[in-house]
Design a protein around this ligand. Structure first.
Ligand code: FE2
Ligand code: FE2
Length: 168
């Protein structure tokens, strides 16, 4: 931990996010495979592509600050993914399982939203305008993904309503 300067703390935060994204790149294909509803499968697959982009962007930011990405594991995301894997491993009704997969995935998205929100704000404080833009773009995609998952669960703004199907 290098909390001797705001910049070092910012770098630590980016490293944490890099690890979170890297773990999600490995987990999202498993979520996609476990999902039964085609639109949910597709949502996980689409977010996998975005997540690969996020990982590259964060790596780029670190490289730009002469820092090497990696060498740290985000324990928060590790725990959330662990919980997601518990859902993946369960048997039962496919729609009920889809609803549980959405809940697990939204916990990951909210974790990312919190992390990127802070990192974006720290970049603002440091006057790193390009980093602010790059982090904001990721933050927006995390938010859109979260909203899409809500839509698929509730049917509000979506043709599928997984929660409703799961309670039939
Ligand atoms: Fe991400
Ligand atoms: Fe995400």
């Amino acid at each position: 931990m290098r909390l001797n300067s705001f910049e070092n703390m910012f770098i630590d935060q980016l490293n944490d996010l890099y690890s979170a994204e890297k773990q999600l790149v490995a987990a999202l294909p498993k979520l996609a495979e476990a999902a039964s509803t085609p639109q949910l499968k597709q949502a996980f697959q689409n977010h996998l592509e975005q997540t690969q982009g996020h990982m590259q962007t964060v790596e780029q930011l670190l490289t730009g600050m002469n820092e090497k990405a990696g060498g740290h594991k985000c324990k928060g995301m590790e725990g959330l993914i662990e919980e997601g894997k518990e859902v993946i491993g369960k048997r039962g009704d496919s729609k009920v399982k889809d609803a549980a997969l959405i809940a697990a995935a939204q916990k990951c998205e909210h974790y990312e939203i919190a992390g990127y929100g802070s990192a974006r704000t720290f970049a603002q404080n440091l006057g790193y305008t390009q980093a602010v833009d790059m982090l904001q773009r990721i933050l927006d995609q995390e938010g859109e993904t979260d909203k899409l998952l809500t839509a698929l669960a509730t049917g509000q703004g979506s043709p599928v309503a997984i929660n409703e199907q799961a309670t039939r």
